[in-house]
Design a protein around this ligand. Structure first.
Ligand code: ATP
Ligand code: MG
Length: 238
């Protein structure tokens, strides 16, 4: 639809799979097992959103909601150098917010409506969207409550994306072993958290060495198939 813009991931392969990059006005869910590259892609997008439009960016700022304490400024510096931007400038344009529990995470997103309205923010990352909810509402007996809170949270993020034309990227760790998913559909491989909500779901999988495999699932507007990208010292590449 109108005004939708795209942010490059740093990998041409991955951009092509996504129809040109990560879209604004949309939630993109990155899901996959530990080490599959979710956090690395989130770091890269926080840098790349700052690039000029002819280089695949939106000349905008990023908000990085970090629920697991895995955000690293050193990694941002490396990636900034990797795209030829001044690391100090790049770091200034990323608002890193540590969310200490699910209640805090929800409150942060509520506050973002004012923040995004008054600033040139073009990307909002929630890495990961599920970890606090899973820790606080464990087991099958809490599944309905957790899903209800998570759905409301996702709905807020969707509104944020839509109203302010920003890209929202969420991550969700899923277990590689289906025998240990305990009947929780959001933890099974293929069991992404977006459910049938609008958005793009990208499944990430480890491959040889620094190679990773990405697959877009349930996206009628995108071609089917997989692609390979790499996590390098300088960031996400082919
Ligand atoms: P989790 O579910 O545990 O959060 P994740 O999907 O977020 O996992 P990432 O943290 O994105 O996984 O990926 C970690 C991988 O990224 C490491 O195993 C390593 O291969 C690669 N990596 C991290 N930092 C660098 C770096 N500076 N240079 C090269 N590769 C790196
Ligand atoms: Mg991670």
């Amino acid at each position: 639809s109108m005004n939708i813009k795209k942010i490059t991931t740093g990998s041409r392969n991955l951009d092509e799979l996504l129809g040109g990059g990560i879209e604004t006005k949309t939630i993109t869910e990155l899901f996959g097992e530990f080490g599959s590259g979710k956090t690395q892609i989130c770091h890269q997008l926080s840098v790349n959103v700052q690039l000029p439009e002819d280089k695949g960016g939106l000349e905008g700022k990023a908000v990085y909601i970090d629920t697991e304490g895995t955000f690293r400024w050193e990694r941002i510096e490396q990636m900034a150098r990797g795209v030829g931007l001044d690391p100090d400038e790049v770091m200034k344009n990323i608002y890193w917010i540590r969310a200490i529990n699910s209640h805090h995470q929800i409150a942060i997103v509520d506050k973002l409506f004012t923040m995004v309205k008054n600033d040139n923010i073009k990307l909002v990352v929630v890495d990961s969207v599920t970890s606090h909810f899973r820790a606080e509402f464990p087991g099958r007996e809490n599944l309905a409550m957790r899903q209800q809170l998570l759905n409301r949270h996702l709905h807020q993020l969707m509104r944020l994306a839509d109203i302010f034309n920003v890209a929202v990227v969420i991550t969700n760790q899923v277990m590689a072993r289906p025998d240990v998913f305990y009947g929780d559909p959001t933890q099974a491989v293929g069991g992404h958290v977006l459910g049938h909500a609008p958005g793009v779901r990208v499944y990430l999988k480890k491959s040889r060495g620094n190679k990773r495999i990405a697959r877009v699932v349930d996206a009628p507007h995108l071609p089917e198939g997989e692609t390979v990208f790499a996590i390098t010292e300088w960031g996400i590449r082919d």
